[in-house]
Design a binder for this molecule. Sequence first.
Ligand SMILES: NCc1[nH]cc(CCC(=O)O)c1CC(=O)O
Length: 309
Amino acid sequence: MSQNVIRIATRKSPLAMWQAEFVKAELEKAHEGLVVELLPMSTKGDVILDTPLAKVGGKGLFVKELEVAMLEGKADIAVHSMKDVPVDFPEGLGLQVICEREDPRDAFVSNTYKNIEELPQGAIVGTSSLRRQCQIRAARPDLEIRDLRGNVGTRLAKLDAGNYDAIILAAAGLKRLKLEERIASFISAEDSLPANGQGAVGIECRTDDERVKALLAPLEHTETRYRVIAERAMNTRLEGGCQVPIGAYAEIDGDILSLRGLVGNPDGSQVIRGATSGSKQDAEQLGIALADELLSKGAKAILDAVYAK
Ligand SMILES: NCc1[nH]cc(CCC(=O)O)c1CC(=O)O
């Protein structure tokens, strides 16, 4: 392998390809003469489209094949949406870099209505995220939530086909795919606490690959890292994968990191919330402390019930 080449294992969805192309462009900008190649692959998560993900089970449905490619030396790095990255990594691989975060909010997408409040009694909302479902149903128990899978384009097509009155998507994905005009309104973190890592892109590589680690270094965004560390620490402590009704969202002002967390059940009948803040240097401890607070308020019983289904 030439010293001047770096290979990116990536999923083939338009959003994954955008993220891989973004990292390729950033790497080429940072290192003159570097050749960056894309290795597009299918993952289990891309193939199983008819079953709600929470039921398919297993963490990291969207990353395993990419990790195998790196371990076998077929690729050097993988680019992930941080919210889809499992909390632990296989031996020999690690999360090396977290890039600057895009808009972390959820977006309300509808061809008819401006926001959730405008939806008529009993309207049908598409989302497969238990976290989104929980928060929407807590605010509007009358709404009917229907499963919605597939990549961003597929989900928008299902909305346009009239299957739903509205759907909820991550604002980041729509912005990256230049589909921002499809957003009827942004949902504030108060109304829909984002998933841990939402809107942030992370880069994974072999932990012993010093050449690649040095090449990746300029892409690191320190503030985003602190935020995502706090959010992920909360999730890890709660033993939550990405398909659980957990919201975790950190913001930074100067040295102070403020973290909000939420655990609920899918029908929105129970929602446990908490918040904490402290020095950003203590991001991980803040996440753990907030998880413990949520657990002491009853989060464990809720999560156990969700996993038992
Ligand atoms: N769960 C799928 C997923 N993973 C990452 C994004 C896009 C935004 C991001 O980077 O967080 C999406 C789509 C969505 O939730 O609408």
